[in-house]
Design a protein around this ligand. Structure first.
Ligand SMILES: Nc1ncnc2c1ncn2[C@@H]1O[C@H](COP(=O)(O)OP(=O)(O)OP(=O)(O)O)[C@@H](O)[C@H]1O
Ligand SMILES: [Mg+2]
Length: 284
């Protein structure tokens, strides 16, 4: 974290409505899968956060986990985190000690996890959010393919995030299977102009003028790059706020005469070096 307050989620209302619809179905007692796909920085983790808040508001219990590269030995860690981590884990931690945890016992481990999730889902609807599944290995791929299917008659919502065109073939295959079985597919695209203007206003505390919006559109609607771009302008004192009668407008004061791609290049450069909430680099 860079110590700045989190900005509101912008431009994802349609996606959240689809998730909400699914969650309401789940509350009536069936399972559901939502697959979120989007390139680095398009807001998958952020959408998962919003899904988790939405679910908590609907009285779900929520567990989160994220896959990481090079975790092949403890490939199921993301799922174990989602089930056993946090202040109020979905499953009491002492159950961990009775699990079949050696790598050759994956079959039995998945059985154990299924039984624990069944028990938890009988008491309360669950949301399991799994992030960065492009890093899933074969065990996690097997888990995400089998468990939602086996728990389909219980109130368990799975929200799974992937970067597109990336990942272990088993994970890609699992994703396709989940979609074939009726999973909701949310493909995150670039933010539209209205959402870009909202992000600008959130960062700068004033509405962007046309010139500034035009500049911002050159980062192709990536929320990550937009936030970096506006914060960069602000940090370097490049924007000025003009006070109108009623509204405040932010304009890019010193842009005129700069090379065209300048600010985009800078946003890209800072994408490799700026502070990261997840502690990882965004690769473009
Ligand atoms: N819709 C949005 N409105 C405002 N800010 C957003 C939005 N989506 C994402 N952000 C911000 O953009 C940054 C990148 O978002 P996020 O980390 O969710 O991307 P990601 O798709 O998970 O990337 P990666 O593939 O690298 O994990 C974060 O700072 C996040 O708060
Ligand atoms: Mg992410």
């Amino acid at each position: 974290m860079d110590g700045r307050a989190a900005l509101p989620l912008r431009g994802r209302q349609e996606e959240l409505s689809r998730v909400q619809k699914r969650l309401e179905e789940v509350r009536s007692g069936v399972g559901a899968v939502v697959v979120v796909e989007g390139r680095a920085g398009l807001g998958k983790t952020r959408l998962l956060d919003a899904c988790a808040s939405l679910a908590s508001g609907l009285s779900f219990r929520v567990g989160r986990g994220m896959a990481e590269p090079g975790r092949s030995v403890v490939d199921l860690q993301a799922l174990l985190d989602a089930m056993f981590d946090g202040e109020d884990p979905l499953v009491a931690r002492h159950a961990l000690s009775s699990l079949h945890t050696s790598p050759e016992q994956t079959f039995w481990l998945l059985h154990d996890l299924q039984a624990l999730l069944e028990e938890a889902a009988l008491a309360n609807p669950l949301l399991i959010g799994l992030d960065d599944l492009q890093w899933a290995g074969t065990s996690l791929a097997l888990a995400i393919r089998q468990l939602p299917q086996r728990l389909a008659s219980l109130p368990v919502a799975w929200v799974m995030a992937f970067r597109p065109n990336q990942g272990h073939p088993a994970a890609v295959e699992a994703k396709l299977e989940l979609l074939k079985a009726g999973g909701e597919f949310i493909s995150l695209g670039p933010l539209d102009r209205e959402a870009i203007a909202d992000v600008a206003a959130d960062v700068l505390g004033a509405e962007p003028d046309e010139q500034l919006l035009e500049r911002a559109e050159r980062v192709h609607g990536s929320p990550f790059l937009l936030v970096e771009f506006f914060r960069g302008l602000q940090d370097e004192g490049i924007v000025s706020v003009a006070r109108g009668h009623r509204r405040r407008f932010a304009r890019a004061a010193f842009f005129v005469g700069r090379p065209r791609a300048d600010e985009r290049d800078r946003a890209h450069r800072s994408a490799g070096t700026g502070p990261r909430s997840a502690g990882r680099r965004h690769l473009y």
